[in-house]
Write a protein that binds this ligand. Structure first.
Ligand SMILES: [Zn+2]
Length: 461
């Protein structure tokens, strides 16, 4: 009983403090600052920045408590969905906040008192509101690239020094100081396999309007050795993008040959069939298009005055120009599905090997393109096949009853937290029980543009 009363008192105190901040924001918004002078404006800017940092520190405290509640047994997966829906943060940002909060919060131990945070000085500065988001990133990055051969005391010294400077200087300086500290503590550049494994990574950026994607990252020495060997095979004159007879003069730049080496490696790996299975069919490129677009591509190939057809879609949700698709399909190693424009039923399924479930998945690629849950952006490659009505309630596995759902959404539907039903247009509608079922327009931009996101409650008769 006593803890219940004090919990209620704590909730009231916190809510009252937030109400007071909201009320103060109203005053700030409504008060003109036209005649206060620039010296005063700079004072205000400094205080606003400090308040934003303080706010950030409190935000990390609550993310840390949400992830590891001191008064509950643990976080349930639905909490992430609630944060996503109410704060409108990307799932990546939610994960980032949880991870950072875990590093700057005291750690609970099963026996004995709590263990201090992994980064105690940064934790204190975040809580005090003396460092901003960019400082936090700079300090974490600098600490994370220190080699694992350093002693815990050296790492703690580095963290303390970086945080001290972060409270007085901008984050760019902190980053540079971090590099100098790393060089000083590790003058011989000693890095072991653990360091390299930690730092390896490749980041494939979003596809640009021209169809190109940015790639950046760090390769470990073994990957580099493979890469060099393949790059050597793509020496001048060899493995040109459009093999012709006689071979065309090779005027590729070194960077372009490097790109073609990566393409050759990936194409060879896919064609080898040794990459194993992915959700029941061989790991391969899945491409869907419609008969009208394919016909248009054939006409455009013969007559350059005709418009270029719309690109095909890959199972990863990217756009593939028709010309590339036709060239890839000629090598006959990919799953190509051609759909009737009206019924969205497959007219042609090109495949190297017949796999029973693949035809059903291809229909999902054409109709759903990705997860069918409203506003979910997960592409088809990341989706499971959801049965509607669900297996448990007697669902049958025929193609009209199979729909794409990403892992989390499929899981929540299977547990009965979300309900699905097939709509009149053949698509899958989802509901959490609080409103009518809705379909996902996120993979169908043509619908996004022509759908009223907030229809009136009483549509005119
Ligand atoms: Zn989803």
């Amino acid at each position: 009983m006593g803890s219940r009363v004090s919990a209620e008192a704590a909730r009231q105190r916190i809510s009252a403090a937030l109400d007071a901040i909201d009320a103060a924001h109203d005053v700030l918004r409504d008060t003109s600052s036209d005649i206060v002078g620039n010296d005063f404006r700079i004072d205000v800017a400094e205080r606003l920045e400090t308040q934003e940092r303080t706010n950030r520190g409190l935000m990390y405290r609550f993310f840390g408590e949400i992830a590891d509640p001191p008064d509950e047994t643990g976080m349930v997966p639905a909490v992430r969905d609630k944060l996503w829906a109410r704060l409108r943060l990307t799932p990546n940002e939610i994960t980032r906040r949880f991870r950072l909060a875990a590093r700057i919060r005291p750690r609970r131990s099963l026996i004995g008192p709590p263990v201090p945070p992994e980064l105690p000085k940064l934790a204190a500065a975040v809580q005090a509101g003396t460092v901003g988001e960019d400082h936090i990133r700079a300090v974490c990055r600098a600490v994370d690239v220190l080699p694992s051969c350093l002693s815990a005391a050296d790492v703690a010294d580095a963290e303390r020094t970086l945080v001290q400077h972060a409270t007085k200087l901008d984050a760019g300086v902190v980053t540079k100081l971090g590099q100098r500290i790393a060089d000083y503590l590790n003058p011989d550049g000693h890095f072991d396999d653990t360091d390299r494994a930690r730092r390896r990574g490749l980041r494939l950026g979003p596809q640009g309007p021209d169809g190109m994607s940015h790639l950046s990252g760090l390769l470990d020495p073994e990957t580099r050795a493979y890469f060099e060997a393949i790059a050597a095979a793509v020496r001048p004159g060899r493995h040109q993008p459009h093999d012709s007879d006689p071979p065309a003069r090779d005027d590729r730049t070194p960077a372009q040959r490097c790109h073609d080496a990566l393409k050759l490696a990936l194409e060879t790996a896919i064609a080898s069939g040794k990459l194993g299975a992915h959700r029941g069919h061989p790991a391969t490129v899945i491409v869907t298009t419609t008969l009208a677009e394919l016909n248009q591509a054939a006409l455009a190939a013969a007559d350059e005055s005709l418009p270029i057809p719309a690109p095909a879609r890959t199972g990863g949700g990217s756009r593939l120009p028709m010309r590339d698709l036709i060239r890839m399909a000629a090598k006959a190693i990919h799953y190509l599905a051609v759909f009737d424009d009206h019924t969205e039923r497959p007219l042609y399924l090109g495949r190297q090997k017949r796999v029973a479930t693949t035809d059903q998945r291809l229909i999902c690629y054409a109709r759903d393109r990705g997860c069918t849950h409203p506003n979910c952006l997960e592409p088809g490659y990341h989706c499971e096949v959801h049965h509607s009505p669900d297996w448990a309630s007697g669902g049958r596995t025929d193609a009209d009853k199979l729909y794409f759902g990403c892992g989390p959404h499929h899981g929540r539907a299977s547990r009965g937290e979300l309900h699905t039903q097939v709509m009149d247009n053949g698509r899958l509608g989802w509901s959490d029980g609080t409103g009518p079922p809705e379909v996902n327009h996120a993979h169908h931009p043509e619908e996004l543009l022509h759908t009223d996101p907030d229809p009136p409650d009483d549509p005119p008769q």
